[in-house]
Design a protein around this ligand. Structure first.
Ligand code: TYM
Length: 341
């Protein structure tokens, strides 16, 4: 095992649709915290554009959203001097390693993935192979850099467990090669729920736009969405995970707590004599003021594609050689003949 190497933090987000407050709280906020906390680690934050192709895309929109995703990474505080920010398709090793890992992954293992079951149910009769094999590509993203710590939200836990299984299978079949990656899931905010249907996860592809806060939307709309979030009839600002009726208020308290770094018990105390209206009004200000600087920076950065291209070029250049070193090692271990150069 490569214990002597610098440890690596790695994660990725798909440039599909528009990024949500769930992506921010469950993942991006943590990317930025870890960037500062783990100074002596390599940090790779990837825009996983190949993953996005597993559902139908309008090519010009996908391209634009890839830049928008990069602008958001920068706007939330990722610093290209500290973190390698790059596009998945710019490093061809991701797909090359995927092929090798495909040969070590069982159809049954992929069939058990709940996200595949959900997404394929929505796709109707045509289910592409990419959607099925997607978790293997995610494993390749991680293993190509021999990453150790993977900050993700709750819904990626199962995929990460599969990545661990694939790494173990490779190590066992050939010889110890890959670190076994560890999920870093925030204690709070790992699953932000839809504001209108708090029994469902807030999602980029949500059917109810009123329940989803988009990071780049008009902030007046954001405020309205918070103010019209569903709550319950008992009118108490109290967190109770055991009560499905309180799912709406639990979610709002979680958003409040994670964005202000305040314990939920403190928030409950503060609002003990208030109604939902006052609470939601304050929360809408908190969300709007959190997103305002992010949105402004995003909009500004998006005007300078040359600068954004430069960041992507540098990010890919930083990771390229270690990726290919690892891929060559894998090729050799599985018995492929090294090309004559
Ligand atoms: P993706 O693009 O669906 O989501 C990106 C990240 O956001 C988290 N997330 C949420 N967290 C809290 N509440 C929510 N409502 C919410 N919705 C999304 C996700 O858990 C994720 O961390 N397959 C991955 C991307 C990926 C990846 C990787 C991640 C590809 N390769 C390698 C880590 C390492 C995905 O589709 O995430």
């Amino acid at each position: 095992m490569e214990n002597t190497e610098k440890k690596t933090i790695l994660s990725g987000i798909q440039p599909t649709n528009n990024l949500t407050l769930g992506n921010y709280i469950g993942a991006m906020k943590n990317f930025v915290n870890m960037q500062d906390k783990y100074q002596d680690y390599t940090k790779n934050y990837i825009i996983v554009d190949l993953h996005a192709l597993t559902v139908p895309q309008v090519p010009s929109e996908l391209r634009e959203r890839t830049y928008s995703m990069l602008a958001l990474y920068l706007a939330v505080g990722l610093d290209p001097e500290k973190s390698n920010i790059f596009v998945q398709s710019h490093i061809t090793g991701h797909t090359e390693l995927t092929w090798i890992l495909n040969t070590l992954t069982g159809m049954g293992q992929l069939n058990r993935m709940t996200q595949y079951k959900d997404k394929s149910a929505k796709e109707g009769t045509f289910i592409n192979v990419g959607l099925f094999a997607y978790p293997v590509l995610m494993a390749a993203d991680i293993l190509l850099y021999n990453a150790n710590l993977i900050p993700i939200g709750d819904d990626q836990k199962q995929h990460l467990e599969l990545s661990r299984d694939i790494a173990e299978k490779f190590n066992y079949t050939y010889s110890p090669t890959f670190n076994i990656p560890e999920a870093i899931i925030p204690k709070q905010g790992a699953r932000i729920m839809d504001l209108q249907h708090p029994e469902n996860k807030m999602s980029k592809s949500a059917e109810s736009p009123k329940g989803t806060i988009i990071l780049t939307e008009d902030l007046n709309i954001t405020a309205k969405k918070i103010k019209s979030a569903v709550t319950d009839s008992d009118m108490e600002i109290r967190y109770d995970q055991s009560n499905p009726e309180k799912a709406g208020i639990n979610n709002l308290l979680t958003i409040y707590s994670t964005l202000t770094d305040t314990e939920i018990s403190e928030i409950e105390k503060k609002y003990v004599n208030s109604g939902y209206g006052d609470f939601k009004k304050d929360l809408s200000e908190i969300v709007v003021e959190t997103l305002r600087p992010i949105k402004e920076k995003h909009d500004e950065l998006l005007k300078d594609k040359k600068y954004l291209d430069q960041i992507l070029k540098q990010g890919a250049a930083n990771v390229q050689s270690s990726a290919y070193k690892l891929l060559s090692k894998v090729y050799k271990k599985v018995g492929l003949v090294a090309p004559a150069r």
